[in-house]
Ligand binder design. Sequence first.
Ligand SMILES: NC(=O)C1=CN([C@@H]2O[C@H](COP(=O)(O)OP(=O)(O)OC[C@H]3O[C@@H](n4cnc5c(N)ncnc54)[C@H](OP(=O)(O)O)[C@@H]3O)[C@@H](O)[C@H]2O)C=CC1
Ligand SMILES: O=C1O[C@H](COP(=O)(O)O)[C@@H](O)[C@H](O)[C@H]1O
Length: 491
Amino acid sequence: MTLKTPKAVIVIFGATGDLANRKLYPSLYRLYRNGKLSDNFAVIGVARRPLTNEQLRDNIKKSIADFNDTHIDADEFASHFHYNPFDVQDLTHYQKLDKFIDELDAKHQAGGNRLFYLAMDPNFFGLIAENLKSEGLTEPTGWTKLIIEKPFGHNYETAQKLNNDIRKAFTEDQIYRIDHYLGKQMIQNIEIVRFANSLFEPLWNNQYIANIQVTSSEILGVEERGRYYDGSGALRDMVQNHMLQMVSLLAMEPPAKLTPDDIRYEKVKVLRSLKPISEDIVDEHFVRGQYDRGEINQEEQDGYRESNGVDENSNTETFVAGKFMINNFRWAGVPFYIRTGKRMAKKATEIVVQFKDLPINLYAGKGNTIDPNLLVIRVQPDGGITLHLNAKQEDYETTSKPITMQYDMDGKAINRPEAYEVLLNDCLHGDSTNFVHWDEVALSWQYIDVISEAWSKKSSDEFPNYASGTNGPKAADELLENDGFHWWSVK
Ligand SMILES: NC(=O)C1=CN([C@@H]2O[C@H](COP(=O)(O)OP(=O)(O)OC[C@H]3O[C@@H](n4cnc5c(N)ncnc54)[C@H](OP(=O)(O)O)[C@@H]3O)[C@@H](O)[C@H]2O)C=CC1
Ligand SMILES: O=C1O[C@H](COP(=O)(O)O)[C@@H](O)[C@H](O)[C@H]1O
C-alpha cells in the first residue's frame, strides 16, 4: 500500500542544536529525497540566537552535504526552512509563532497540520507543552502531534510529573516519545525474525533457550556531554530506555495484530512480568563500572573523571551489566543479560540468543567440537543475522565442526533508512508503533529506580574500575559465570 505523502508545518525547538544538525535535518532531507515528503511541508526552526533564514538554510545545507545528490536541489529543499528567534519562556513568542505557522501553512498548503518536535533541554519540555496549549497553538484545523526527545524524566517521579505536564496539553495519542533504537532496521527486524519464521517461534521459550544476551558497547567516551551524562549515567541513559525496549521486543508474546496498541500491550506485559528487584539483591543482578584511562586503536584515552563537566570524584557509572528475569510461563528461568558502556573495545550492538544444548551429544569425543546453537542479531555497525550451527568436517570420519550461516543487510549503509528518518516518517503518518507509551516509561523507571537508589549509596572509591578499551569490569563476566554462561563476543 502506498501511503500519501504527509503535509505539515514542523516546528523544531532546538533548531541550532546538535541533534537537529546531526540527525533531524539529514533525516528530513532523506525523506524528501526519497519522495516521502511532498512539497507541502515547511519547517520552522526555533532557538534563542538571532539567526537569519539564510544562516539556518546554510546550516541545513552543511548538514546534508555528505549526500552528494546531483538530482536534488539543496537550495530548493532548504527553502522550506524558516528561522524564528524564540525564547521558550516568553509567551509573546508563542503568539507570534502561531501566526507564522498559519502563514506558512497557507503558503505550503500544509493542511492545517502541526508537528512540534522538542529537541532541547528536557527541563523545558513541560513548560513548552503548557505554553503551546495556553497560547492556542494546539488546536489547528488539521492534526497536532508532539515528538518528545529523551530523557523522559530522571526517575519515575520526575517522569510522572513531566507526563502530567504534557498530558495537560496533548492527548496520549498525540504524543510520540522517541527511543531512536526503535527506528533501527535490525531492531525492527526482531519482530519479523520471530513472527515470520516457523523455525524460531516454536523454540522461543524456556524449553529451548538457555539465555539471551544484549550488548550495546561504544568506543566513544562522554565527549562534550559530560555535564548531562554525569547527572545521568549509563543506567538512565541506556538501560531504562534502549536496553529494556530491546528486551521487551525479544520477550513479548506474538501480538494479536500488528497494530500499535496490540504490540504495546505485549511489550507492557513483559515489563510487568519483570521479576521485581529489591535494593539488597541489586548486587546479585547488576554490575556498575566507570572507565579509567586506557588505549583504543593504539591511542591513549583519558579517564571518565578527566572529561569536561564531570566531577573529579564522580560516582556515575559509564557501564552497566545486568540480568533481568521474566516471571511468566514462556521465560521463567531464562536470564536476559544486558551490558552497555562507553569506552569499550568495540562500537557494536548485538543480540545473542543461546539455545540449550541437546540432551545427549552423540559426537562427543576426540576431534569433535559441538558449540551451542546461537542466533545472533547484529544491530550495528553491520546489520545482519548469523546462525551458529554444527556441521560435518570435510574428512573420512563422522566428526563435527561449528559453522555459521549469515545474512547481511542489503546495500550500502548510506542508502538504508536511518532511525530518525524512519521515526519521523512514522510520526507524520500517525503510526506510533515504534514510539514509547507512557505505561512502558512508567514501568521501566519503577524497575530502574531501585537500582539507582542502591547505587547512590555506594562509595565512589569503587571507581574507576575498568580500563578504556576493555569489556568492562571483571564482575560483569562473573555475573554470567555464576550461572554457568559467558558473554559471547561481539563482532
Ligand atoms: N545530541 C544528541 O546526539 C542527542 C540528543 N538527544 C536529546 O535531544 C535534545 C537536544 O539535545 P542537543 O541537540 O544535543 O542539545 P544542544 O544543547 O545541542 O541544543 C539545545 C538547543 O536548544 C536551544 N535552546 C536552549 N535554551 C533555549 C531557550 N530558552 N529557548 C529556545 N531555545 C533554547 C539552543 O539554542 P540557543 O542556544 O540558540 O537558544 C539549541 O538549539 C535533548 O533532550 C537530548 O537529550 C537525544 C539523543 C541524542
Ligand atoms: O541515547 C543514546 O544513545 C547513544 C548510542 O546510540 P547509538 O545509536 O550510537 O547506539 C549514546 O551514545 C548516548 O549516550 C545515549 O544518550
